[in-house]
Ligand binder design. Structure first.
Ligand code: GUN
Length: 282
């Protein structure tokens, strides 16, 4: 029986810590604020954006919301981002992805001031993370590091396998695990012998985007399994990239879906919003 890593509980602890810090910063006249921009009305994006705004309200971060029509042009969106870059009363800027096809996501990410890049997606933030300099960390991988640390999982010298190489999760995850002195392997859709590679892992982070792909044959007895996937199956039941029922009996610890990695992403976004004012006033 695996230990269930409770992301809901750990994210709540983090938000409570941040709430106290936000109140202390406010006493010093420093107010955290986040501009959240959504283009179009993709239902999944609307849920994420609402959860982000709710978390801001809980922690005590002022959120300003931009709901733009799906026909918004790239120039219009870039204009809003540039205006927000210049605004003294806005400390963090988040453009919810994905964006409609007529907008170049990379151009928008690059337009956000690196000082306000609370998603940690700007090339400057990514570069800083890569060389171990202070900067905004991508929220999902940073949240996974917190989940592991706060669950007492030692990473130094451990064999960690990350499945997935996206810019948002896989690549930054590998770099953050390396920072913790783990030995890191990155596997992906073209990897040969995926099962054998995964079975070497002390810590297996799965971000492949395929429902219940990872069964017990991929998991070493006692391994820590972190599931980044989020899907709905044929019965409309939520599930991850890991077949939880199959893997749980052999794993040492495992994150559930929902209630594992998901809530941590938002907690780390809140941390980045405070980081924007911590560093600004140093
Ligand atoms: N879409 C899915 N996840 C994210 C995220 O972490 N940040 C942004 N901006 N968009 C997303």
């Amino acid at each position: 029986m695996a230990k269930i890593i409770d992301g809901k509980k750990i994210s709540q602890e983090i938000k409570d810590e941040l709430k106290k810090e936000a109140a202390a910063l406010r006493e010093q006249g420093k107010e955290a604020s986040l501009a959240v921009i959504q283009v179009g009305s993709d239902p999944a994006s609307s849920i994420y954006v609402n959860n982000k705004k709710k978390a801001c309200a809980y922690v005590g971060i002022r959120s300003v919301s931009y709901e733009l029509p799906s026909e918004t042009t790239q120039e219009e969106l870039l204009g809003i981002v540039r205006e927000l870059n210049d605004r003294e009363d806005i400390q963090g800027i988040l453009v919810q992805l994905p964006l409609p096809a007529q907008i170049d996501e990379d151009a928008v990410i690059r337009a956000i001031s690196p000082q306000k890049d609370v998603d940690g997606f700007h090339p400057e933030s990514v570069g800083r993370m890569c060389i171990g300099e202070k900067g905004f960390l991508s929220c999902t991988p940073a949240g996974i590091i917190q989940l592991l640390k706060r669950s007492g999982v030692e990473l130094e010298g451990k064999d960690c396998v990350v499945i997935g190489r996206s810019n948002i999760v896989g690549k930054p995850m590998a770099l953050l695990l390396l920072r913790e002195n783990a030995t890191v392997t990155v596997a992906h859709s073209r990897t040969r012998n995926l099962k054998e590679i995964c079975r070497r892992a002390d810590v297996l982070v799965v971000a492949v985007g395929k429902p219940r792909l990872i069964t017990r044959e991929y998991v070493k007895e006692g391994a820590v399994v972190i599931d980044v996937g989020i899907h709905r199956d044929a019965e409309n039941k939520m599930c991850g990239d890991v077949d939880f029922a199959d893997v749980e009996p052999v794993a040492g610890a495992i994150t559930p879906v929902p209630g594992g990695v998901g809530p941590m992403t938002i907690a780390m976004l809140m941390n980045n919003c405070l980081e924007a004012i911590r560093s600004k006033h140093e």
